[in-house]
Write a protein that binds this ligand. Structure first.
Ligand code: AMP
Length: 396
């Protein structure tokens, strides 16, 4: 993969796709600046190399054109503070006004464009829109791993206008390198930990990683579909009956390949999806009819922890329970701390997926994990073995 640092960009105008899709609070302040921080190395190096830099990103999911709550102007101050440099802003991303501003940009200066998704053409991958973005600069960098699984105008289509003048950013390169470390030669034993709400989202990953993994630990809402498929009683727990057959096939395949799939043996249950509900414990396949499982139980957490501590490579995607509520965060907590402990003992750990990353941050453990990915969906698709359009576009 070509990285922009391999090119001489002195005096060049560079347009870089970044992932500034950060959470904003009610006062429109950045709640978590991890994604801004993740883009800093590329921004700083481009400026150091004497380029003038145009940054473009999406923020949230605007449906009807420009809306203040999705404006990237809210990013300008925190980004300038982090960079200790002025970041200029323009309230559009294409058109004459933007072109003029871009033309005037001097070496060492940074210009942030307004939210790309204020134009539906961005998600539609519109070629004319991509061409207008491309006209702003002479070199294209994609550093937005978080949207690399999308064939949007700014992540993929735009690259065709930069033959021989395009490259990956440092974050993109690092994400791919770390994910490849898992996909190519995981040091054994290799344990995959999957959780989260829906099993249907994760089946392709389980299937693809089965050829590499020694252990697959399954927690979170997705575990109940497996238990129900095996005939267990799961009460009102989240479940996708249409996935029963696939779940049973996966269990069979694991048996054949000698991969250990570990399902929880117990569960923290509640009579409502609420912290203040009546809470109890149950065997995972004996959940009373009027209860739902909202976290893995203590026995399962201990069992999962032991497997993690015996591993040399660990990949984690998806919480073990509804960790946003304290009463159901215990399982996720045990897993996060076990991964941190294993990492301290020399294990390589990669955490990807918005919610597991949020859990790690909530527990102040990000410094104790080998690599925390900025890409949820993109990381999952990479691990499914899919080719990401954002990567393909800069390679061709
Ligand atoms: P995902 O985006 O698929 O990784 O799912 C993350 C979400 O799954 C989080 O918001 C969790 O609250 C939710 N989740 C985890 N365990 C359960 C469960 N047992 N029942 C319902 N939702 C769950």
């Amino acid at each position: 993969m070509k990285i922009f640092s391999d090119f001489d960009l002195k005096g060049k105008k560079v347009i870089m796709r970044v992932d500034f899709n950060v959470p904003l609070n009610a006062n429109l302040e950045v709640n978590d600046d991890s994604r801004l921080r993740a883009a800093l190395p590329s921004i700083k190096l481009l400026i150091e190399k004497g380029a003038s830099l145009i940054l473009m990103s999406h923020l949230g999911r605007p449906k009807n054109g420009p809306e203040n709550k999705f404006s990237l102007r809210h990013i300008v101050k925190p980004l300038s503070d982090l960079l200790k440099q002025e970041v200029q802003f323009i309230d559009d991303c294409i058109g004459e006004k933007v072109q003029k501003k871009a033309d005037k940009l001097q070496a060492g200066e940074i210009l942030l464009l307004e939210n790309l998704r204020f134009y539906p053409e961005e998600k539609a991958g519109d070629k004319a829109f991509a061409k207008q973005l491309a006209a702003l600069a002479g070199f294209y960098v994609n550093d937005a791993f978080g949207t690399a699984h999308r064939a949007h105008a700014s992540t993929s289509v735009i690259a065709q206008f930069f033959a021989g003048k395009k490259a990956a950013g440092l974050l993109m390169a690092r994400e791919v390198k770390e994910a490849n470390r898992i996909m190519n030669h995981p040091v054994k034993p290799f344990t995959v930990i999957l959780g989260g709400a829906k099993v249907s989202d994760k089946i392709p990953v389980i299937d693809n990683l089965m050829k590499l993994a020694d252990h697959i630990l399954i927690g979170g809402g997705m575990a109940y579909t497996f238990i129900a498929a095996k005939g267990g009683k799961i009460g009102k727990s989240i479940c996708e009956p249409e996935q029963y057959n696939l779940c049973l096939q996966l269990l069979e395949k694991a048996d054949r390949l000698g991969v250990n799939i570990h399902l929880p043996v117990d569960s923290i249950i509640a009579d409502q999806f609420d912290e203040n509900a009546k809470i109890s414990n149950a065997e995972i396949d004996q959940i009373p009819e009027n209860y739902l499982g909202l976290d893995i139980g203590a026995k399962s957490a201990k069992m999962f922890r032991d497997v993690i501590l015996s591993s040399n490579t660990v990949l984690w995607n998806g919480p073990m329970g509804v960790f946003e509520m304290k009463a159901f965060s215990g399982g996720t907590r045990v897993i996060a701390f076990a991964i941190a402990e294993a990492t301290g003992n020399g294990c390589f750990s990669l955490v990807g997926g918005g919610d597991s990353v949020a859990a790690v941050n909530q527990m102040h453990l990000s410094g104790d994990i080998s690599f925390v990915s900025t890409g949820g969906g993109a990381m999952l698709e990479f691990l499914e073995g899919k080719t990401l359009p954002g990567l393909l576009a800069i390679e061709n």
